[in-house]
Design a protein around this ligand. Structure first.
Ligand code: FNR
Length: 387
């Protein structure tokens, strides 16, 4: 697709996605909570760090391989779990996973995805993580763990920043419901966006593939996302539940949504093998700090062993180098690949990943870094600390 080839960066893919999607669907991807302070800050915070280059270090060969969740990955990036991918493109999660496989990257499937655990595993042999929530019905959580073991998933990411849905005002204004309601307005936006398939989403075809068999409420008609989330997740969750999940699973486990060194220590003490520093891409607690600003302090208390993943706001390959210099094992992205998915399915996700990889490699070459493992704290400086 010519338009994809002409996209020079993630911002261009976002512009393409905006053109292709009905407004409520684009806003669902693009938006954040309340005043979107954290959403904006997640990305703009990267600009507060400078890269300090070495020169004359022989950058004729660049090595980007690393390990994440105990798996070999070709470069230090993971695809964060995101729900409802079928709303963005009919090829949904499988398109994303296939592009991830081509790049040798770790793929995260969301509990609220629209592709079943078993189907994803059948189509995707690469390294994969299932994002799990602890539901009020612990049996459902235990069932997920068993299905992930059976399907050969390599890790779990437990999301802990969603005891209640964030206040996504764009969704309220747009009246976004699940399944999407076929109204005159939504029919018109469908007619204006022939590349996007509302009929594939409405009625019985719409499916939270992995939880539908337990979520009766969805069968009884459209409901708001807020009602759905409010009704299903267990707000009484504590670190003891992490201990329970870690022993039930027995493999690599990251806690997604950790923002402080203290909670990072709790996570490891409770049996997790890593943390995803994340504020859910600015979709939950507005005014939460940017993940990049928390990386150094969290790595400091955890030492070298655990995976520390910086999740949120990454829009350039250079952002990955900054995060690694501050102590992250890898970065993780949500919207950048979703913009690609909406813009052009699997080819669009592939374009997003190729752009980020090119930028990462070029940044490494220009900074005189020939191996990911050679990125050091001295390669980054906070502009704040310079003043
Ligand atoms: C998400 N995210 C998310 N996280 C999660 O744990 N479970 C989920 O189902 C979802 N769903 C979801 C949908 C959409 C449309 C978006 C944009 C995000 C959060 C996601 O995993 C990740 O933390 C952020 O997307 C990272 O921020 P960036 O890369 O989007 O800035």
């Amino acid at each position: 697709m010519k338009a994809l080839a002409r996209a020079n960066n993630i911002a261009d893919l976002r512009a393409l996605a905006r053109r292709r999607l009905p407004r409520p669907i684009f806003d669902y991807i693009d938006g954040g909570a309340d005043d979107e302070l954290t959403l904006r800050r997640n990305s703009s915070a990267f600009a507060d760090y400078e890269l300090i280059p070495d020169v004359l270090t022989d950058v004729s060969n660049i090595r980007t391989e690393t390990r994440l969740f105990g798996q070999e990955v070709r470069w230090p990036l993971m695809l964060s779990p995101t729900g409802l991918n079928r709303m963005f493109h009919p090829d949904a999660e499988l398109a994303v996973a296939r592009a991830a496989a081509r790049h040798g990257l770790l793929y995260g499937l969301s509990t609220l995805g629209t592709t079943r655990i078993e189907e994803l595993a059948k189509e995707f042999a690469g390294p994969k993580v299932f994002q799990i929530y602890v539901f009020k019905d612990r049996g459902l959580t235990a069932e997920f763990v068993a299905r992930c073991k059976e399907s050969g998933f390599h890790g779990l990411a437990l999301t802990v920043d969603t005891p209640v849905a964030g206040n996504r005002e764009r969704d309220r204004v747009n009246g976004l419901s699940l399944p999407p309601r076929l109204t005159l307005k939504s029919f018109m936006s469908f007619a204006l966006h022939p590349g996007w398939s509302l009929p594939a989403l409405t009625g019985s075809k719409f499916d939270f593939a992995n939880v539908s068999h337990k979520v009766d409420a969805l069968a009884s008609g459209p409901m708001s996302l807020f009602d759905y989330i409010g009704g299903q997740f267990d707000r009484s969750l504590t670190w003891r539940d992490v201990e329970w999940l870690a022993s039930e699973w027995g493999g690599p486990l990251a806690i997604k949504g950790v923002m402080t060194p203290e909670d990072a220590k709790h996570a490891i003490a409770s049996g997790a093998t890593g943390v995803m520093i994340s504020n859910h891409g600015g979709r939950q607690l507005d005014s939460a700090p940017a993940p990049i600003d928390q990386v150094a302090a969290i790595r400091d208390v955890l030492g070298d062993g655990p995976d520390v993943i910086c999740d949120g706001g990454v829009r350039r390959g250079a952002d990955v180098v900054k995060a690694l210099a501050l102590g992250a094992t890898a970065c993780s992205i949500g919207r950048p690949y979703l913009y690609g998915l909406a813009a052009g399915g699997e080819a669009g996700v592939d374009r997003a990943l190729s752009l980020l990889l090119e930028e990462l490699e070029r940044t490494m070459i220009l900074a005189g870094i020939n191996d990911i493992s050679g990125i050091r704290a001295r390669h980054v400086r906070s502009r704040g600390s310079r003043r």
